[in-house]
Design a protein around this ligand. Structure first.
Ligand SMILES: NC(=O)c1ccc[n+]([C@@H]2O[C@H](COP(=O)([O-])OP(=O)(O)OC[C@H]3O[C@@H](n4cnc5c(N)ncnc54)[C@H](O)[C@@H]3O)[C@@H](O)[C@H]2O)c1
Length: 342
């Protein structure tokens, strides 16, 4: 965000004050300190809430009560009630509640979405999303939250894939699922706590079948139980062709289109700074007085789909998804985070 001329990063807060100070020094940010000090600064308009999942809503409510807009990290909340509370507080206060993931706003996935909208694969009929890894504990120094409620591969990685699918195919109507976990303990692999053992309190392998309101069906898999290499898969099959989308956890990546009976086409995508795109898009939307694309309503629907999938996996039943959402307008092709527009 410090590289975008439209954003002015003023303060970094954390309950661990040394971490806030260290990051502020590293990125040349003028202020650092407690959340209360951050919220008392009248010059700050948007707060980017990068706390652990269990703190997303309590800290989010503090941010709104201080009169500031939120960029929320994923998952949006741990349960529907608190997610709705956050949206309602935003509405009451007339403040924006926007949310990760913003990779979906990157050139990679946006190129795929524009090609789907243009009918390049006809009407989408089915989709498949697969995320597999061995879990974050080899590289993350404090991976506790990944194995507590609010974590797991579904709530941690699901938002990237499911937000992309919702943007491509529309809202999800109902889900079925199954879930397992390969281990009851995980061992931290790096950093000062290397060797510490964590209890696994979430399913670490989740399968789902999603039925979309407009009729498409998707098969999804999210796993921290795979010892073999990271293989992100995101595909959409239409009645006129197939598409392989780029990794939805990245801002870039090519789209491959396979027209039925025709020659495959690769849509090459150039690189652009990505991290912080959602916050920048939010800032520009506030100034233009138009809705932000990575809205809290979209994030809430994706949360609802994930919670429904978890419930379906536990009960074995088909679970109806109560919430709905709309596709966001696609990003303009010439959208450039590096130019000053405000
Ligand atoms: N690690 C990644 O690569 C990555 C990528 C994208 C999104 N995220 C998301 O970002 C969030 C944070 O992940 P992380 O890996 O940076 O975790 P982390 O544990 O490294 O950092 C979280 C920070 O939040 C602070 N914190 C916790 N509770 C707080 C509170 N109540 N008030 C103020 N500060 C508080 C902690 O002290 C810590 O410094 C998660 O929601 C995660 O899903 C992480």
């Amino acid at each position: 965000m410090t590289t975008f001329p439209d954003l002015d990063v003023r303060f970094i807060a954390d309950i661990a004050l040394d971490r806030a100070q260290e990051q502020a020094e590293k990125y040349g940010v003028a202020g650092s300190g407690t959340v209360d000090e951050l919220l008392a600064d009248d010059g700050i308009e948007i707060v980017v809430n990068l706390t652990i999942p269990a703190a997303h809503v309590p800290v989010g409510l503090q941010i709104l009560d201080a009169g500031k807009h939120i960029w929320a990290e994923k998952p949006f909340a741990l349960d529907r009630e608190s997610g709705q509370q956050l949206l309602a507080r935003g509405r009451e206060k007339g403040l924006r509640v926007a949310s990760a993931p913003d990779t979906v706003l990157g050139r990679g996935i946006q190129t795929s979405l524009r090609a789907i909208d243009a009918g390049e694969i006809g009407t989408p009929v089915t989709a498949r999303a697969v995320f597999r890894s061995s879990g974050p504990e080899p590289w993350h120094p404090n991976p506790d939250f990944y194995y507590q409620p609010g974590g797991g591969p579904l709530l941690d990685m699901g938002p990237y894939y499911l937000t992309s699918l919702v943007q491509a195919l529309g809202p999800v109507a109902r889900v079925q699922g199954r879930a397992t976990r390969a281990r009851t303990e995980r061992v931290i692999g790096s950093g000062p706590r290397e060797g510490a053992v964590l209890q696994v309190d979430v399913d670490t392998q989740v399968y789902g079948i999603l039925e979309f309101e407009e009729g498409a069906v998707a098969q999804v898999e999210f796993s921290f139980d795979s010892a073999f290499a990271y293989t992100p898969v995101l595909e959409v099959l239409g009645d006129q062709g197939a598409m392989v989308l780029p990794d939805p956890n990245q801002f870039h990546g090519d789209t491959e289109v396979f027209p039925w009976g025709g020659t495959p086409v690769t849509k090459k995508v150039g690189e652009q700074p990505g991290r912080g795109t959602g916050v920048l898009e939010l800032a520009r939307a506030i100034r233009a007085d138009v809705p932000e694309r990575a809205s809290g309503a979209l994030a809430y629907h994706v949360l609802d789909v994930m919670l429904s999938l978890g419930e379906a996996a536990t009960s074995g039943a088909v679970v109806e998804v109560a919430s709905t959402t709309a596709r966001s307008p696609r990003m303009p092709e010439d959208w450039d985070p590096t130019v000053a527009t405000l």
